[in-house]
Design a protein around this ligand. Structure first.
Ligand code: ZN
Length: 295
């Protein structure tokens, strides 16, 4: 009775169940790739480099979007319902504080990779003392050393989700970490001869970068708040006293106050992006831009 045909029919009948069983709860896209959602573009860079051809990465906060105030679109919410992994910054970015609970209620099985795990967060400095309602500076991904920590976190999350490819994820992660170590040294070297190590940024995104390269970020704005005329005056005086001629602005924020300051100090504004998806080259570009003002 058990002819070969019969066995095959049984086999094909059970195949879909077998596939579901083998996959467990891990979702896949139609192309067989792991659907990964990153909250901000720099984190997507890590997912793409480490996941390689096995992931399909999308970003929540789009280019030019401000993670301190962004709201996801209905399409993004739907996509999140199909995602296997969400990579969050985890450092108190408002967008995540406002939306993370809702994401998990839509998609309770969603695995979350916390990019900040193992990172030492810096306190927000303003006028020498720390902030009260926002004690930590959320922009940790802008130090290359923290980039290495992010690589490890993303590698661990992908390996846990897709253990059959863990060796590949590890190899990709190792390669990326080696590149980041070189990048760290390269930037260190570029900045080595600089005497005046202060730069003026409008949005205070570059504190970790400054900290890791022994520079000093003078920030105009306090995380999203518009300046009072008195605060503006204080920044202008500080810039003049430090012989600073460039105000760095982020493409995500309005330039108008920054331009007023630039005019007052007889300088100009320049754009540096704290949220680029082109992680390594963006840090190179930012270093070259900062060098212009610090020489
Ligand atoms: Zn910010």
């Amino acid at each position: 009775m058990d002819s070969m045909d019969n066995i095959l029919i049984k086999f094909y009948f059970f195949l879909p169940f077998l596939a579901i069983f083998l996959n467990g709860c891990v979702r896949q896209s139609e192309t067989g790739k792991l659907p990964v959602v990153a909250s901000i573009a720099p984190l997507a860079y890590f997912a793409e480099r480490i996941g390689g051809a096995h992931v399909e990465v999308s970003v929540m906060v789009p280019p030019g979007g401000n993670p301190h105030s962004y709201e996801p679109s209905p399409r993004q919410m739907a996509r999140l319902g199909e995602a296997a992994l969400f990579i969050k910054a985890g450092s108190g970015v408002e967008f995540e504080l406002d939306w993370m609970d809702r994401f998990l209620s839509i998609s309770p099985a969603l695995k979350v990779c916390n990019g900040v795990e193992g990172v030492r967060l810096l306190r927000v400095k303003h006028g020498g003392c720390s902030h009260h309602d926002e004690p930590y500076d959320p922009h940790y991904w802008l130090s290359v050393a923290n980039g290495i920590v992010i690589a490890k976190n993303v590698e661990r999350a992908l390996a846990a989700l897709d253990p059959s490819r863990s060796a590949e994820y590890e190899a990709n992660s190792q390669k990326l970490q080696a590149e980041l170590q070189l990048l760290d040294r390269e930037i260190q070297q570029k900045l080595s001869g600089v005497k005046n190590r202060r730069f003026l940024v409008f949005h205070p995104a570059w504190g970790y970068y400054a900290d890791s390269f022994q520079l000093e970020q003078i920030a105009v704005e306090e995380e999203g708040k518009t300046l009072t005329p008195r605060q503006m005056q204080r920044v202008i005086e500080k810039a003049k006293a430090n012989d600073i001629g460039i105000v760095f602005v982020s493409p995500q924020f309005s330039r108008s106050q920054a331009e007023t300051i630039a005019m007052e100090i007889g300088g100009k504004t320049r754009s540096v992006d704290p949220l680029s998806s082109d992680y390594q080259d963006n840090l190179r570009r930012a270093t070259n831009a900062f060098l212009e003002t610090m020489q």
